[in-house]
Design a protein around this ligand. Structure first.
Ligand code: HEM
Length: 127
């Protein structure tokens, strides 16, 4: 039957392709690119580790970096509601590109919506 663990359902290869497709969009996005490093290699590597454990796979992010403390790790960056929306749009397009669909995609995306909104830490700066 269907795997019970979301990480097993998506698989390491599709997850890796998703993250690469996502950061290709981030690096081209006028609201996102300026707050990210120019070289996204290390960012993508960490995001693959993070999403592996977020989806119930091995805790490889925490093994290397400790507790995610995601909101704290985002404090140095001005994350406006517009940027959260842009992040989610890049992710939705990346999901299209790698062919995620159906219930899996909906559930995964809805979790990311909640997490993205939780990252917002700047409610008034102009973009
Ligand atoms: C790191 C922006 C949402 C997971 C970062 C970095 C930026 C950023 C600028 C630093 C990149 C670097 O220095 O390498 C944003 C923006 C978001 C957002 C604008 C909009 C809401 C999220 C969400 C997740 C996430 C929803 C998880 C599902 C991560 C992870 C890192 C990271 C795992 C690496 C942390 C580390 O240094 O260990 N993000 N992020 N981010 N972000 Fe986000």
């Amino acid at each position: 039957g269907k795997p019970l663990i979301p990480y097993d359902e998506i698989g390491a290869e599709t997850l890796s392709n998703l993250v690469d497709a996502f950061y290709a969009r981030v690096s081209a996005h006028p609201q996102l690119a300026p707050i990210f490093p120019d070289d996204l290699t290390e960012t993508a590597r960490k995001q693959k580790q993070f999403l592996t454990q977020y989806l119930g796979g091995p805790n490889i992010y925490s093994a290397e970096h400790g507790h995610p403390r995601l909101k704290a790790r985002h404090h140095p960056f001005p994350i406006t509601p517009d940027r959260a929306q842009a992040w989610l749009e890049c992710m939705s397009e990346a999901m299209d590109e790698v062919g995620l669909s159906g219930q899996f995609r909906e559930t995964f995306f809805n979790r990311l919506v909640l997490t993205a909104h939780h990252m917002v830490n700047d409610y008034d700066s102009e973009e």
